[in-house]
Design a protein around this ligand. Sequence first.
Ligand SMILES: Cc1cc2nc3c(=O)[nH]c(=O)nc-3n(C[C@H](O)[C@H](O)[C@H](O)COP(=O)(O)OP(=O)(O)OC[C@H]3O[C@@H](n4cnc5c(N)ncnc54)[C@H](O)[C@@H]3O)c2cc1C
Length: 449
Amino acid sequence: MDRRAFLKRSSLLAGGAVLSPLVACRTTRAPLTNWAGNLRYGTANVHYPASVAEVQDVVRRSRRVRAIGTRHSFNRIADSDDTQISLQRLSRVVSLDRGAKTVTVEGGVTYADLAPYLHANGYALHNLASLPHISVAGACATATHGSGTRNGNLATAVSAIEFVTAAGEVVALSRQRDGDRFDGAVVGLGGLGVVTKLTLDVEPTFDVAQVVYRNLPMSELAANFDEIMSSGYSVSLFTDWTRKNINQVWIKRRADAGDAATIAPEFYGAQLATRNMHPLDDQPPEPFTEQMGVRGAWYDRLPHFKMSFTRSSGAELQSEYFVPIEHAYAAIMALEELHEQMTPHLYISEIRTVAADRLWVSPCYNRACVGLHTTWRPRWDEVMRLLPLIEQQLAPYDAVPHWGKLFTMAPPVLQSRYARIADFRQLLGRYDPHGKFRNDFLARNIYGG
Ligand SMILES: Cc1cc2nc3c(=O)[nH]c(=O)nc-3n(C[C@H](O)[C@H](O)[C@H](O)COP(=O)(O)OP(=O)(O)OC[C@H]3O[C@@H](n4cnc5c(N)ncnc54)[C@H](O)[C@@H]3O)c2cc1C
């Protein structure tokens, strides 16, 4: 985005004129697909309200309803057989509170909308996912995360939330006022209601410099996993599982931490890359954020994908499992045993860390985690055959899947790994006593036996 376009976008966002509020609530004719195109939703009845009152109206009139964000989830978590609500016309920055260091946004805002606005005003979020084009509400609903041993998932930045309940009432919860209940609501899986506003913690804006090292022997992770993953503010390991090798290590260091300037030529046996890299060694690096230690704004370095690189769809599938960080190396080696089955079907796997949090159904509730992610070629049958094997390999480490990616884990197993699952069910019941927001995904994974 050039500077003029960016300033125009920022002032539109702050002034609240991105989309005309005069356009009436409307529906689509055909069911939408998710971003990856691996699934078509079960309803063509999609509403695009332009006010909270319109959201309330749609919810009150619907028998069953689910909110959708930017549809980047790979499973049916956002699906409905009746009605969907997209808040893409509710995508304004509501307020920036410099005293409280918070920003309040409407439920349709994406990180790509928000990040340049914050930076222009001197602020930053603590972290971002691999791409910024996802909605804040949709990302927080599934505990979407970036990397960094000290960085909680993106939902940990939420300090207040407003949503429309099944009865069509507007409820506001805040971290300060509502304590434990708030912790249950933030990663809500879309089950508590339609989130119309979120307040996020912000901090002074910062620069990040990114470097990439190539070919780190996996054996180095045995004794040095913590040091390697703490060598920057955010660290990602990419592997295709061949040769017991980490193909690339991406280290994102904050310039204000003072360590961004020194770039060693070698890192635990890996060699500094001498050009910008794509996580797949032989692919062109243009879609990816600048590397080679060049400083840039946080939102232009913390995601892997550039903000200007917007893909409206993608031919890939994704899965991810979280295990407690103390089992990181054992879990990685357990997956390595499957390399012959996995490698032919994947683009790349990525290993990241996420700090512990207090959000009831976050995979990192009360435990710092390592996320073992795989971007698969779009081969549904092969991937669905592999996921049970992966789940079996990771079972000794109490693995739980990403709520927005593919998995096959039996619901009782999944539920047994969430200490607060019963509390979460109760919370869902409080705001949605008759299951208006309960789709097949929730019925199976949260309630199913
Ligand atoms: C290319 C790609 C890269 C990705 N990278 C990462 C990554 O780095 N880290 C990571 O953790 N995940 C990643 N993901 C997964 C993605 O972040 C999650 O699936 C996320 O939930 C997608 O957000 P969304 O806005 O598309 O939500 P959707 O997929 O549309 O919806 C997800 C959930 O949010 C709920 N929801 C959405 N909006 C609202 C609302 N207003 N009110 C209530 N509920 C709502 C939906 O009901 C649903 O339950 C990636 C996905 C893709 C396609």
